[in-house]
Write a protein that binds this ligand. Structure first.
Ligand code: NAD
Length: 341
């Protein structure tokens, strides 16, 4: 059976999820939606995705620009087994009654609160629990990146507590209205930032406190993560653990990469669409165990990309009988995913 997927909100995340879904052997895109005409509409047309709009009054804006409109968002969801809601944070909550009325499943993004769905997803942690749910939330880019490394260490070694600081990009590359231009902004000044509680929406038993600041860059977040371990471990053990997880990339010393800029260049060089880095970029040399039980590492997280593969798995988790490991393999194979090892 082919899973029919609609993308409500064809923006930064929606257009990436659409392309990732379109190349899966067991899924098809039945439509994507937007609110206003811009270059993304031409991309949807070129990709062959039927384009729907929230407000039919805007139809002439699209059609005079040469982009045909297939109907309204309601027409689109009527054709779908499942909707990926990638509208801006808060809009998804407003869309919920529409999904309920049409009895369609929906996957939300990290800009929505956990309470909107009551279930927050990561394919390595709780894939099986998504089955049978009408609403699932794929956690944010930062939370996805934290959950991947914390869960892996917790399962194998045991994590007593986590302390992490996120250095966040100011805006996405195409987002001309965001800043800062020349500042390091504490976001927030108080602790914890929202990331710690958000990790607990997936891993409720983890003791975690986070802080965050925003810097004038557009590509990637950089995390400093410190985990107090329940048992002593060596850095070699941790490296081996991460080597076994397809979505934890290890950036080795020989690559000579020590910045987000060089990672972007490398993603372009290996032919990743839109320079996307779907995996965590953990700097292998940074992995250190201090005093036997204190693990430290730096990792780069591509905000526009790591959640994309999680959305594809969430679709299978909710709308198929494919087991977690097989879904993860299928997602990555279809994308031609070559990990940063
Ligand atoms: P975006 O602004 O780039 O795209 C949103 C799209 O939704 C736009 O195309 C807009 O036209 C469309 N839209 C708005 N209202 C709509 C409506 N009522 N019906 C249909 N379409 C509508 O936003 P984004 O950055 O892709 O963020 C989407 C979600 O993903 C948010 O929850 C965000 O927090 C989350 N997220 C974003 C990033 C990131 O780096 N951008 C990373 C992880 C998660």
């Amino acid at each position: 059976m082919t899973i029919k997927v609609a993308i409500n909100g064809y923006g930064t995340i929606g257009k990436r999820v659409a392309d990732a879904v379109a190349c899966q052997p067991d899924m098809e895109i039945v439509g994507v939606s937007k609110t206003s005409m811009n270059a993304d509409a031409y991309v949807a047309k070129a990709r062959g995705y039927p384009l729907y709009i929230a407000d039919l009054a805007k139809r002439p804006d699209f059609e005079t620009a040469g982009v045909p409109i297939a109907g309204t968002v309601v027409d689109m969801i009527a054709k779908a087994d499942i909707v990926v809601d990638a509208t801006p944070g808060g809009v998804g909550l407003k869309n919920k009654p529409m999904y309920e009325e049409h009895g369609v499943r929906a996957i939300y993004q990290g800009g929505e609160k956990h309470a909107t769905t009551g279930f927050s997803f990561n394919s390595s942690v709780n894939y099986d629990e998504a089955k049978g749910r009408q609403f699932v939330r794929v956690v944010s880019c930062n939370t996805t990146g934290l959950v991947r490394v914390i869960n892996e260490v917790d399962r194998a070694i045991g994590v007593e507590k986590v302390r992490a600081v996120m250095v966040r990009r100011g805006g996405d590359p195409g987002d001309i209205k965001r800043g800062p231009i020349d500042a390091i902004v504490l976001d927030p000044v108080t602790l914890p930032s929202h990331h710690g509680p958000d990790v607990q929406s997936v891993l409720p038993h983890i003791n975690i406190t986070t802080g965050a600041m925003i810097v004038p860059t557009t590509f990637m977040h950089m995390h400093t993560v410190q985990m107090s371990l329940k048992r002593p471990a060596t850095r070699e053990q941790v490296i081996e653990l991460f080597r076994g997880h397809s979505r934890i990339g290890l950036i080795n010393r020989a690559a000579g990469i020590k910045s987000s800029a060089e990672l972007k260049e490398h993603m372009q060089d290996i032919g990743r669409p839109r320079s996307d880095m779907w995996e965590n970029g953990v700097f292998e040399e940074s992995i250190s165990v201090v005093d036997g039980t204190e693990l430290w590492l730096f990792q780069a997280i591509h905000q526009e990309a790591d959640v994309v593969v999680e959305n594809v798995d969430a679709i299978r988790a909710m709308a198929s009988d494919v087991p977690a490991a097989e879904s993860i393999r299928m997602t990555e194979q279809a994308l031609g995913f070559v990990a940063v090892k």
